[in-house]
Design a protein around this ligand. Sequence first.
Ligand code: F6P
Length: 319
Amino acid sequence: MALAIMSSGGDAPGMNPAIKKFVDYVYKMGEKPYLIYDGLEGLIDNKIKPVEHRHVAGIMHRGGTIIRSSRSKRFFEYECRQQAYNNLKEHNITGLIVLGGDGSFRAMEKFSSEFDLNFVGIPSTIDNDIYGTEYCLGSDTALNVIRDALDKIRDTATSFNRAFLVEVMGRDCGYLAIVSAMISGAEVCVIPEAEFAYAKEGKRLREEVESGRNYVLAIVAEGSKQTSKVHQWLQETIGLETRVSILGHIQRGGNPTVHDRLMAFDFTITAVNHLLAHKNSNKMVAYQKGEFKLIEIKEVVSGKYQLPQRFLDAVNLLD
Ligand code: F6P
């Protein structure tokens, strides 16, 4: 059998360990591994190549994805999906693994509803926002990058009478923001999933500032779209000179953590085993309650990821 792997959408640390494990494990199982370069764009353009061990040597510790990725607009066109399918057939690919996020899985759900595919998705996004799985590859590394940045910002914050606002990624999801706020001891956290009580929090912070608090650390999720509003609130209502840091794409980089490498191995082995045992499957590997399971890609794209209640509760426990 010939199995292929590709990355799609935003890259995530952990993709390279998954690619390395894929190649090693597919060979171990006596089958032929292929790499698809440049994501769905490369699938359309037939950038499908057989791979040897030497091509993936020394990549375990690297962030990003050595096979690169793309956000493909062309894949919305039927003719391009037909071309992508023809390319897979031309190489006799009997199973396909896609390392990607929500958008990529939507594209794959459409693709697999039109063509005869054997496909498994591995949830890979720093946002950790895919329905059906408690964990997505890359989010632990991103959290460690954010933690490192926040620890440093706190060093300078404690030396001044100032507020520091840090905007973190996550698209529409507040996972990165709330977890970062919890582990850094931030005073304020604003996420899309919960309404921020400006009046109540303002009263609390003003009282704290009056009784001696000299700095505030606020984490704002990009998806809340409230960075400017919180900035203005900290300056004008709380009365603290405020500095803003938008962490941006540094959150997507960095050496995958031990956790992301181990998760990459388990996700990949589960995906390969599933593809080898099936002919026409459209699933995603989900991590649920300590186990790796296969769930229908249809189910994944029809649901919406919800932050666990304990994280939603934590927003109110920061004060
Ligand atoms: O989905 C990962 C992510 O980094 C989001 O957190 C962010 O909103 C988006 O991708 C940024 O996308 P791009 O790299 O295309 O600017």
